[in-house]
Design a protein around this ligand. Structure first.
Ligand code: PLP
Length: 370
């Protein structure tokens, strides 16, 4: 059989071998302690206590690991994964390079916590120019960056970082492992929020770290198990169940983004449209080589906060909500969360509605909000 394609990989990812009488995806195992062997203790079985050990979580880790092409550890949220990774790798006196235009909570953590323990933080735009990596311990890239959707050239930057002795981690939240495979592009680590398109139903929080390095995996696992930043069994099961449709959901979201980009690019009342799939987008040259598919997230500017509110009020298929990558189309005025974006800047996340309905609804809402 030739290598399976994305839909097949998603449907089968992390599932146990078929066994008569058993379900395709075993249900969630809810347990804090497990029965122990009275003589051999925890060494006799894979499950001793629920913080380090949960079979539902391990199946999800197998699934995400298969898709990323590495070993995976899941966390209670994307932030738990990112902060866990940063605190696992960095020590006082180290230097870390972070995106200046990435998820704002990572910068807040760097400012409030990393700098406080003596880590030097260099902020750099995703599209570059990137600083000299000499003396840097870790370069964290976020590509495409949320919310501005610039793209970093992972292979080129990983080569530069490795030559300088630095580790490279890529936040793969927006792309998902079907959109790009950072470990294949030379990154040492993938870190992501699974809250977004990966699970895509707007009903859970999840994060993960993936790597091919046993040493890094062991360090991240030890951190996760001792800090206790684990997802519960039900969320892990829901996430695994949702993963099976990732290919279908992304396909529709990307098609919807393409249709909306086609509408928005021609409207004089919308400025600053960004979607890496548009041939004229500044991120398109790198994205079209590096990425396997373009996510369904766009950004643009409606001028001021009041017009964004009128637009969201008028739209019937675009929910005012933060986050992205879900089944329902949502839009978010990022300045209201503290992102360093203009007051009318909107990040719009396409859901899986029909493109024809979405385009008509957005066009009508833009007209009504003028
Ligand atoms: C790119 C990116 N990374 C990480 C996170 C944090 O993920 P979570 O909200 O699951 O903690 C987010 C959340 O929006 C994000 O957009």
């Amino acid at each position: 059989m030739t290598a399976p394609h994305d839909g097949t990989r998603c449907v089968r990812a992390g599932l146990p071998e078929p066994a008569p009488g058993q379900p395709f995806l075993p249900g969630p195992v809810f347990a804090a302690p497990y029965h122990l062997d009275p003589w051999a203790g925890p060494a006799a079985a894979p499950n001793g206590y629920g913080r380090p050990d949960n079979p539902t979580r391990r199946l999800l880790e197998a699934a995400v690991g298969e898709l990323e092409g590495g070993d995976c550890r899941v966390f209670a949220s994307g932030q738990a994964a990112i902060t866990g990774l940063l605190l696992t790798v960095l020590r006082p006196g180290d230097t870390v390079v972070l995106p200046s235009d990435g998820y704002f909570a990572v910068r807040a953590f760097a400012r409030d916590t990393l700098e406080g323990i003596g880590v030097r933080v260099l902020l750099t735009p995703t599209a570059g120019p990137h600083p000299d990596f000499d003396g840097v311990r870790l370069v964290l890239l976020e590509t495409p960056a949320n919310p501005g959707l610039d793209v970093a050239d992972v292979s080129a930057l990983a080569a530069r970082a490795h030559a300088a002795g630095a580790l490279v981690a890529v936040d793969n939240t927006t792309a998902t492992p079907l959109g790009q495979r950072p470990l294949d592009l030379g990154a040492d680590l993938v870190v992501a929020s699974g809250t977004k398109a990966l699970t895509g139903h707007s009903d859970l929080l999840l994060g993960y770290v993936a790597t091919r390095s046993t040493e890094l995996l062991d360090a991240v696992t030890a951190w996760r198990n001792v800090t206790g930043a684990v997802p519960g069994a039900f969320d892990a099961w829901l996430a695994h169940r949702s993963l099976a449709t990732l290919d279908l959901r992304l396909g529709r979201q990307t098609a919807n983004a393409e249709a909306l980009a086609g509408l928005l690019v021609g409207r004089p009342d919308v400025t600053g449209l960004r979607w890496p799939g548009l041939p004229g987008d500044p991120a398109h040259p790198v994205a079209s080589v590096q990425m396997r598919r373009i996510p369904g997230v766009l950004s643009f500017d409606l001028g001021d906060a009041a017009r964004v509110a009128r637009f969201l009020d008028a739209a019937r298929l675009v929910a005012a909500a933060t986050s992205f990558g879900g089944l329902h189309t949502t839009a978010d005025r990022r300045a209201q969360w503290g992102d360093d974006t203009p007051p009318g800047f909107v990040r719009l996340s396409c859901g899986v509605e029909d493109a024809v309905d979405l385009v008509a609804d957005v066009a009508a809402a833009l007209d009504a909000s003028r």
